[in-house]
Design a protein around this ligand. Structure first.
Ligand code: ADP
Ligand code: ZN
Ligand code: ZN
Length: 734
């Protein structure tokens, strides 16, 4: 047999692939790109992906090891999957093996078989109208089930009170036999009719339908309630009618049962779901349903963007501006940007929907790169909510509320309506301080204050999760005069309950709503429409709609106005608009009051008076003047180390290396700017000092060539093994 090696990608951080000898007895024909293999790597056993075979290798023959096993006969991943993964590995400068992990569900990564997703069930063998000699009502009832369906999952039968013994009895009689099968998502009992679209919706549907079968990026910009979802539904319908599959990506928090139901009720085709609430087996099931074409619609969160879809016809990303589409650790990819690459590869359109599009997307729409579709009215003639700023400068506050705001709340409650109070800070108070000496509770591992929680009472660092008991006296001066300063949702809940003793107050944040189920129960309660006050964090701002809320009070959104992050204002405006959009319905659109110390802040006023789009244009002009994204491309190197100087020194070295390669690749007309190293906004976190180095360039190619060369060199730098570092391409937090 002639000599060959197998080139495989392994899930390790190194930016290279690896040569192994084949499994003993395997011939070259046994290996195809996309198969899984098991390999011995150092002291680890890893699952890798075959990229190809070769006759030559740089590795000395005595150093070559054989693969331990070949897990697939047929490739698990297609040529397209591998191509897309390579793009991602190049673009994010991340190891191909790590990238490929995102294509393979956890169970398969651990070496399981595809059939792991199968369910035990029973298949009917006899004709449905056979009249077997069965005794006992239970057995007859069981047979009656099989007369209606030829295959039933075992778990459905046990749920209906049938036992394994009863099934076996029918099997002995040759009526049914045990068989494993991939469960297919259930179909709805009846299908809801489509709504009649208004002109703008119709125009959007027509335009996107016109580009089905080719790549085109489209932005659907429309305020909350303008009927974007209806546009998605009708487009998906077109795609299904063409025999294609549709992929709908939503933010984690937006994947509510209400959303899912709306999609399931519309179509008589199976809909698969992929989100973080599933266990590994369910994830594998959803993945296979999509990959094998059983599911015609796949709804999922960020990582669903990697799911193989053989008949992909359209990708929709709802709330495209949402931060949850960007992964913030490991492979720092943007599911939105990758959705575009994927759509391009598959030659299908991608529709990005938002009430508050990211400036990157808006810029692409304004310059004509994307098709720009607009829905300017709330569907069904609903009026938009009335927004106003309420200055609290030099105003006395009652438990953090201005007097007029409290009376507005009372008025809405008197009318039998609901009120939503938004504060993006959980816990009781952001600070515990001594009134005698000024001591305050700091996290010992972060440059941050400990948040005071009352339920249960403790101090909690929201950055590193460190927790400690509340001291009874000041640790510095032993005075008992220590006090919570400022407000979190717990405290607002307590104070609002005292101010409105006759009204139920419901708090919605990560501490009260730990599970999707808890949220749904709470949501159902709110949906009864009885007067109440909702107090919550951004958990309230996304996904759910609250038709009976007619007043939204936004407390303390000022921090975002002066953020050190150049995206601060953009993100604040998106959040404000999103909270505002939760409220009201056609006949009672609702009011939004924003309490602020900066009622004359020009951009805040622009947002309130002229809307998000006007503000976005203003921010875009600033970004252009400063050559910030989307007018330049950006990457960020971050380092962290317990030793401050080492973290900083690493990035200083990185800067030298980058400068060296810039001379090679940077062009005069596309200068690269390096900013830093500077300490991160929170310099110390979880006991480690953090630094960052920003790289800007107007030419993507020059930026990537530079990064590529520099990274290879950085990986070989000696003396920094205590430093954790990574590169973030198109970072969101700066
Ligand atoms: P968005 O996704 O932009 O927030 P939705 O699609 O959820 O908006 O629509 C908001 C509300 O308006 C929903 O209750 C929906 O049923 C209704 N709606 C949407 N389009 C129409 C239409 N063409 N005619 C009547 N009602 C509509
Ligand atoms: Zn003190
Ligand atoms: Zn901490």
């Amino acid at each position: 047999m002639s000599f060959f090696v197998v080139d495989i990608a392994l899930p390790v951080p190194l930016l290279r692939t690896f040569d192994y000898l084949p499994v003993e007895g395997d011939s070259r024909e046994n290996y195809q790109p996309g198969q899984r293999v098991r390999a011995d790597f150092g002291r680890q056993l890893l699952t890798g992906i075959v990229l190809g075979t070769r006759e030559h290798t740089e590795v000395p023959h005595n150093k070559l090891k054989p693969l331990l096993a070949r897990l697939d006969d047929e490739p698990l991943l297609t040529h397209t999957d591998l191509q897309l993964a390579r793009w991602m590995s190049d673009y994010y400068h991340h190891s191909l093996g790590d990238v490929l992990e995102h294509w393979v569900p956890t169970l398969l990564r651990r070496g399981a078989d595809l059939s792991e997703a199968d369910e035990n069930g029973w298949l009917r063998l006899a004709a449905a109208d056979a009249e077997p000699a069965l005794r006992g009502t239970k057995q007859l009832a069981l047979w009656a089930q099989f007369q209606r369906q030829s295959y039933i999952a075992h778990r459905h039968l046990t749920a209906q009170g049938f036992s394994l013994a009863q099934c076996r009895k029918l099997a002995e009689l040759g009526l049914i036999k045990e068989q494993q099968r991939l469960p297919v998502p259930p179909l709805p009992e009846s299908v809801r009719p489509a709504l009649t679209l208004n002109d703008e919706q119709q125009s959007a549907v027509t335009k996107v339908t016109g580009v089905l079968g080719q790549f085109k990026a489209c932005l659907l910009e429309g305020v909350t309630g303008s009927g974007k979802t209806e546009v998605y539904l009708q487009l998906i319908d077109k795609v299904i009618q063409q025999g294609k599959q549709a992929l709908l990506l939503v933010p984690e928090i937006g994947l509510t049962p209400q959303t899912v139901r709306r999609f399931q009720e519309r179509f008589d085709v199976p809909v698969a779901l992929l989100h973080s609430g599933l266990n590994d087996r369910e994830r594998l099931q959803g993945w296979r349903q999509a990959r094998e074409g059983h599911a015609r619609i796949l709804i999922g969160t960020r990582s669903a963007v990697f799911t193989p879809l053989p008949d992909l016809g359209l990708i929709i990303l709802d709330e495209e501006h949402d931060g949850s589409f960007k992964q913030q650790d490991g492979l720092r990819y943007s599911a939105r940007d990758f959705a575009l690459v994927r759509a391009h590869q598959a030659q299908v359109p991608v529709l990005l929907g938002s009430a508050t599009p990211s400036l990157e997307t808006l810029h692409n729409a304004l310059t004509g790169k994307y098709l720009h579709l607009k829905l300017t009215r709330r569907a069904g003639n609903a009026r938009p909510p009335g927004m106003k700023l309420h200055s609290i400068l030099h105003q006395p506050l009652v438990h953090g509320f201005a007097e007029p705001v409290l009376s507005a709340m009372q008025q809405h409650l008197n009318r039998g309506k609901q009120v939503l109070v938004f504060l993006n800070r959980r816990g009781f108070a952001p600070l515990l301080a001594c009134k005698q000496c000024g001591w305050n509770a700091e996290c010992r591992r972060c440059d941050a204050r400990m948040t005071l929680h009352q339920y249960p009472p403790h101090l909690h660092c929201h950055h590193c999760d460190y927790q400690q008991p509340i001291p009874s006296v000041c640790p510095e001066c032993h005075s008992p005069d220590i006090e919570p300063i400022g407000q979190g949702t717990e405290r607002i809940e307590e104070q609002v309950s005292a101010l409105f003793p006759d009204t139920p107050v419901k708090r919605v944040d990560r501490d009260t709503v730990r599970t999707k189920q808890a949220f749904d129960e709470l949501f159902d309660e709110i949906h009864t429409g009885k007067p109440c006050i909702l107090v919550g964090t951004q958990m309230l701002a996304k996904g759910h709609h609250f038709p009976d809320v007619t007043l939204v009070v936004i407390l303390d959104s000022d921090a975002g106005l002066f953020s050190a992050d150049f995206r601060g204002m953009e993100h604040s405006a998106q959040l404000i608009k999103q909270v505002a959009g939760r409220a009201g319905r056609a006949e009672s659109p609702g009011d939004v009051w924003i309490q602020t110390l900066y009622a004359d802040h020009p951009q805040l006023n622009l947002l309130i008076d002229d809307g998000y789009h006007a503000l976005a244009l203003s921010i875009l002009r600033e970004r252009m003047d400063q050559q910030l994204p989307p007018y330049s491309h950006m990457a960020m190197l971050r380092s962290e180390c317990e030793d401050r100087a080492t973290a900083q020194r690493f990035l200083e070295q990185a800067r030298h290396i980058l400068q060296h390669w810039l001379k090679q690749y940077g062009q005069k007309d596309a200068p690269v700017t390096l900013l830093g190293p500077v300490p991160a906004i929170m310099e110390r976190r979880n006991g480690r000092y953090r630094f960052q180095l920003q790289v800007f360039c107007s030419e993507r190619k020059a930026l990537h060539q530079t990064l590529d060369a520099a990274l290879k060199q950085l990986q070989t730098l000696k003396g920094f093994n205590k430093v954790r570092w990574h590169i973030d391409v198109d970072p969101l937090d700066t």
